[in-house]
Design a protein around this ligand. Sequence first.
Ligand code: SAH
Length: 494
Amino acid sequence: MFLTISTTGTPERPATDLGFLLHKHPERAQSFSTSHGTAHVLYPEASAERCTAALLLEVDPVALVRRGKGRGGAPDSALAQYVNDRPYAASSLLAVALAKVFKTALHGDCKAMPERAAAPLPLRIEVPALPARGGAALVRALFGPLGWSVVAAEPVALDAEFPEWGDSRYVRLVLEGELRLADALNHLYVLLPVLDDAKHYWVAPDEVDKLLRAGDGWLAGHPERKLITERYLSRRRGLAREATERLELVRLAEAEGLDVEDVDNAVDETTDTEERPVPLAQQRRDAILSALAEAGAARVLDLGCGQGQLVQALLKDPRFTEVVGVDVSVRALTVAARRLRLDRMGERQAARVKLVQGSLAYTDKRLSGYDAAVLSEVIEHLDLPRLPALEYAVFGSARPRTVLVTTPNVEYNVRWETLPAGRVRHSDHRFEWTREEFRSWVARVAGEYGYETGFVPVGPDDPEVGPPTQMAVFTRTTTGNDENTDKNEKEGQA
Ligand code: SAH
């Protein structure tokens, strides 16, 4: 499978400059080993008037299958693993090879001729066999808005000798345009796998970052950005949603000339179905702040802090001298850091706050010695069998004097107009409890770890179904290092 990149030139601006821009000399054929086979770069033509670089990927189907194993990609069938179109068609693998072989050019760097790298060139891209789910129409919809003219997107016949068999799912693609080489390469890097839409071999959480980096400057404003992100991320809904949200922020901020952070605040208030009918999140934060103040807590852990709204509220109150936000999601912590403007904070304020990545399903020494811990809308994000691990980590190991736990009251769900019957409030909720279920969980945990408890309704306390959010206030009845702790520690380790 291969593609070619051509440009034209003049004696003053020779086309062979393409070799400098790609960091590959026109007079030498070069080979690179990639994770799926060998990539070759060669120049079928190289004169001042016209220069063409070809990238050819020789796929090793056996290596491909070996790499595919253990990555969660269920093989279709034993034979299909070895006999598929991967070796012949331009596809996601070609995109991976392109990124590796032309890495510097993809970033737009060229020490030898920076001004050439920064300027548009007359470019022609040819991909003789491009798997294109969506056909010529989609090819045009994807490349058209980026300044390319789609010279050809012709379906390739299944078999040239038997036209009656119809067309294959491949097109011969020819693009022409005046573009920066780096932009052209980034377009191909993202859009080849999008058109291919086959099973990808590399979808990992950092793919979101890679996509946004490669899409910098063009993806946020692309009319097909939703399709592009969903297909690029192989329809992994969680990842695609994250990418879409982040792109949406960039797009809105660009359109309105706003600080990204302002938009960010506006967006996350509306993404959660439960926030729409009432500003319940605000009521929850207020209830938490007053319970903490009542308990006389000064050093506070916000466990599962998410995007840092509560941390921000805590920092506004001087009673809270130290605030630590903990979350398992780096993405959430990144948003939190931006919200708090951690990088622009004065020294004294910065000394009061820390954001820590960690999982509450494991004990963590960094969490010992605080006055209070808050678990605001967190427990329902854990699978029930994992919950005892969190109980031990928080009540058995970290053991603050006060622990606040909030969780949705599922009985109240019938009062949400926007929530279809029987649905949980958030797609990531693993369970939602009735008041009774919550109370019995609270009673058991308190008994096991030596805490007294109280309950606070958050939001309108409906006479029939109770409040939308239920909050428990745990207060430790024993000191930190007594028999009970030792006993629990042994049990927890057993
Ligand atoms: N406390 C915030 C966010 C609630 S959303 C609020 O009240 O708005 C739940 C948060 O818990 C998410 O940010 C998620 O990343 C985090 N979370 C889920 N499981 C976790 C775990 N095992 N360890 C740490 N954080 C976890």
